[in-house]
Design a protein around this ligand. Structure first.
Ligand code: FES
Ligand code: FES
Length: 157
């Protein structure tokens, strides 16, 4: 089968890979790079569990071919904490507000919301809901997630 060489830049680190061109970014992150924080739910663009950032914008990694992501900065949940292991403030807020229950949606939701806060540092509840529209959560009812985002936004200057 034809294979393609490419370099993926994930969380600031370059990975040289040789891949079948049909493989999704999601499968490559999980199965080739061992970055299993990016979750596989529907594998069809419906649940948002696989959300990562491509050059800062949230995408469903199950819908992106790995070869399409070459040359872009890919950020996964493993890349949002600081180098000394300190959680991102939004992750801390999720814990404080009970916004993590089973946790399956959490990595994708956190990445969608990090993108929101970069664009809109003081979002309204409606803007937070809108940013979460592609991230399904079967556990929390979303209220705790929105409370967590509001707490981070309200503490920002
Ligand atoms: S696994 Fe990608 S959207 Fe569900
Ligand atoms: S915490 Fe379980 S799906 Fe969101």
């Amino acid at each position: 089968m034809t294979r393609q060489s490419l370099v993926l830049t994930v969380n600031g680190k370059n990975h040289a890979l040789d891949l079948a061109p049909h493989r999704s970014l999601l499968d490559v992150l999980r199965d080739e790079l061992g970055l299993t924080g990016t979750k596989k739910g529907c594998d069809a663009g419906d649940c948002g569990a696989c959300t990562v950032l491509l050059d800062g914008a949230p995408v469903n990694a199950c819908l992106v071919l790995a070869v399409q992501a070459g040359g872009q900065e890919i950020t996964t949940i493993e890349g949002v904490s600081s180098s000394d292991g300190q959680l991102h403030p939004l992750q801390e807020a999720f814990i404080e507000h009970g916004a993590v229950q089973c946790g399956f949606c959490t990595p994708g939701a956190v990445l969608s919301l990090i993108a929101l806060l970069r664009e809109t540092p003081r979002p309204t509840r409606a803007e937070i809901q809108e940013a979460l529209a592609g991230n399904l959560c079967r556990c929390t009812g979303y209220v705790q997630i929105i409370d967590a985002v509001k707490s981070v936004a309200d503490s920002s200057k």
